[in-house]
Design a protein around this ligand. Structure first.
Ligand SMILES: Nc1ncnc2c1ncn2[C@@H]1O[C@H](COP(=O)(O)OP(=O)(O)O)[C@@H](O)[C@H]1O
Ligand SMILES: [Mg+2]
Length: 570
């Protein structure tokens, strides 16, 4: 195999199994085959392709289900039945389908990477066809309005070197290489997920990174699904990596039936699914996250906000460990290769908000949310620890909370986000002035509750002063009515930011009134027995389009119950 390249794609054996060169020593290459290698024998041919593992990029990605190396699973099922025949290699994008193309560029105009040649519509999205990487010069031709397949020539570019290069709508990109951009920008817009504990307590930004670690059954997959369904990214890339196949089947069943609350179109239309489930070959699992992020970057480059979910990055790391073991590399902690940390960092570093290349100057973003499944829920293991070092949001799922049916089981004491300061302006401009202050008040009350927990445990609540009792009472309301949010409740599954804000206001007002009342000699028992306390318990399930009335009424009731007829705050 002299002359072969690292990470070059090869076809191994008479069945032409797809594999990748992962080790080279003199003229011997080590090949990681993405499929079952049973029956492959010495002497069978290995054919080099000359190119690294790459994905096909172009119109037709949205709504499609791929395996880890971008084979279209629906096409495979139609042609081969329920199982992938070994060595199957089918084009990722439909060559026959025609797209209505509208030119943007004009002949003689300058053509640099990122220049918009024209657009096609992909569902409700404008799919911008850009001048690909490596081509620079001037357009000699641009196709007129009309229907073209992705392999038809839509433009010609005369390069500085004097070559006339035909350009089609399809591009290839090596998955392990980050796609270039002009400039990294500071993220400032929250990725709104409709999940209260995330948006209001531990927010993520468009272009941000987050990890969801948790033991088995704590709700990692449900969190990922909720984000894929409800977050306000334009496009979702969902990588099901080494987890159970039926979870991906759930996505396939649910998404076409669900509508995006913002556009009213089926959720599947904005989603690309990459499935490398636990029953599929381990080797392709390693590739699947790269396939996913490359597709995400491709849409980012058109100026979209893309969010990628990977469930679970631990299975990806295990695949790395397995491959490294076979290469007889020196194992590091827990048997993971020494480069585990740099691989994880390299993956998360591909997230970000950027100014894209080219004259358009558009901004786009890729947000990355990775689930981590530490064995036994032990967060001190290497995958969790190395992920923690690179992500900026940490939603720690807690087995005890899940056991107590407190969902989402995100622990409010051990989770954190480094983005609240970045997004507070957005909340101020779009929702209300007091978001930051109320957030701090609520987190302080929860913190207080945990400090008091030990005393309460030892001697009971009765010895506490009234204001501490009030903290416990309000903390309970925060947990039960604000933090608990069922993914399966038809209303509460998605909580718009305005409603989150109003819930925070009612709860913090209640805490404020309570404090005043205690100052005037009332007891917490008196306060807790007011009917308005009951009203606070049901806020989440108040319909999203009528909550304002209900909330205003609650505010008035609260004011009068506490004997201050202020008519509510405005
Ligand atoms: N937000 C939620 N709302 C309601 N139930 C939840 C929620 N999150 C998790 N659950 C429950 O917990 C179960 C396990 O969650 P899952 O996401 O599959 O765990 P994991 O992926 O961490 O193993 C779910 O099937 C569901 O019953
Ligand atoms: Mg799971």
């Amino acid at each position: 195999m002299r002359g072969a390249l690292m990470y070059e794609l090869v076809h191994a054996g008479t069945d032409a199994l797809i594999g990748e060169i992962i080790g080279l020593a003199k003229d011997v290459a080590t090949i990681q085959v993405y499929e079952d290698t049973t029956g492959i024998a010495p002497g069978e041919p290995v054919e080099r392709t000359g190119a690294p593992l790459s994905v096909e990029l172009g119109p037709g990605l949205l709504g499609t289900v791929y395996d880890g190396i971008q084979r279209p699973l629906e096409v495979i099922r139609n042609e081969m039945g329920d199982f992938i025949i070994r060595g199957a290699s089918l084009p990722a994008l439909d060559r026959e389908k025609k797209y209505a193309f509208t030119p943007v560029a004009e002949p003689d105009e300058k053509a640099v990477p990122g220049t918009v040649i024209g657009t096609v519509s992909e569902g409700r999205f404008v799919h911008r066809i850009l001048v690909p990487h490596g081509i620079e010069g001037a357009f000699t031709s641009v196709a007129g309005t009309g229907k073209y397949s992705i392999t038809d020539e839509i433009a010609g570019v005369l390069t500085a070197g004097g070559n006339e290069v035909p350009v089609t709508m399809i591009r290839r990109w090596p998955v392990r290489v980050a796609r270039p951009f002009a400039e990294k920008l500071k993220p400032e817009d929250p990725l709104i997920t409709g999940q209260r504990i995330i948006d209001s307590f531990f927010p993520i930004v468009k272009g941000g990174t987050a990890a969801v670690p948790g033991p088995f059954g704590a709700g990692k997959t449900v969190v990922q699904h909720q984000l894929a369904k409800w977050s306000d990214a334009d496009i979702i890339v969902y990588v099901g990596c080494g987890e159970r196949g039926n979870e991906l089947a759930d996505v396939l069943r649910q998404f076409p039936a669900l509508t995006d609350p913002r556009s009213g179109t089926p959720l599947m239309d904005r989603t690309v699914l990459i499935g490398n489930t636990s029953n599929m070959p381990v080797a392709a699992r390693e590739a699947s996250v790269y396939t996913g992020i490359t597709i995400a970057e491709y849409y980012r480059d058109m100026g979209y906000d893309v969010a990628l979910m990977a469930d679970s990055t631990s299975r990806w790391a295990e695949a790395m460990r397995e491959i490294s073991g076979r290469l007889e590399e020196m194992p590091g902690e827990h048997g993971y290769p020494a480069y585990l940390a740099s691989r994880l960092a390299g993956f998360y570093e591909r997230a970000g908000k950027v100014r894209v290349r080219g004259p358009s100057g558009s901004k786009g973003s890729v947000s990355v949310i990775g689930a981590v499944s530490p064995p036994g829920g032990d967060f001190s293991e290497p995958v969790t620890q190395n992920t923690l070092r690179v992500v900026r949001v940490f939603w720690a799922l807690d087995a005890d909370l899940a056991h107590a049916r407190h969902f989402p089981a995100i622990n409010w004491l051990s989770s954190y986000s480094l983005y609240p300061d970045d997004v507070q302006e957005w909340w101020r401009d779009h929702v209300g002035e007091e978001w930051s202050a109320m957030r701090r008040t609520m987190l302080t009350i929860l913190q207080k509750e945990s400090e008091l927990e030990e005393i309460v445990h030892l001697v009971g609540q009765d010895v506490l002063p009234e204001d501490d009792k009030l903290s416990l009472h309000v903390a309970e309301i925060i947990r039960e009515s604000f933090l608990i949010q069922s993914a399966f409740d038809s209303v509460d599954t998605f909580c718009p930011p305005e409603k989150q804000y109003h819930m925070m206001r009612l709860i913090t007002d209640y805490a404020g009134y309570g404090k005043e009342a205690i100052g005037k000699g009332k007891s917490v028992a008196d306060i807790a027995s007011l009917p308005v306390a009951n009203r606070l318990a049901r806020l989440g399930s108040v319909a999203n389009d009528t909550f304002t009335e209900y909330f205003e009424e609650t505010e008035r009731e609260m004011a009068s119950a506490f004997g201050q007829n202020t008519g509510g705050r405005t």
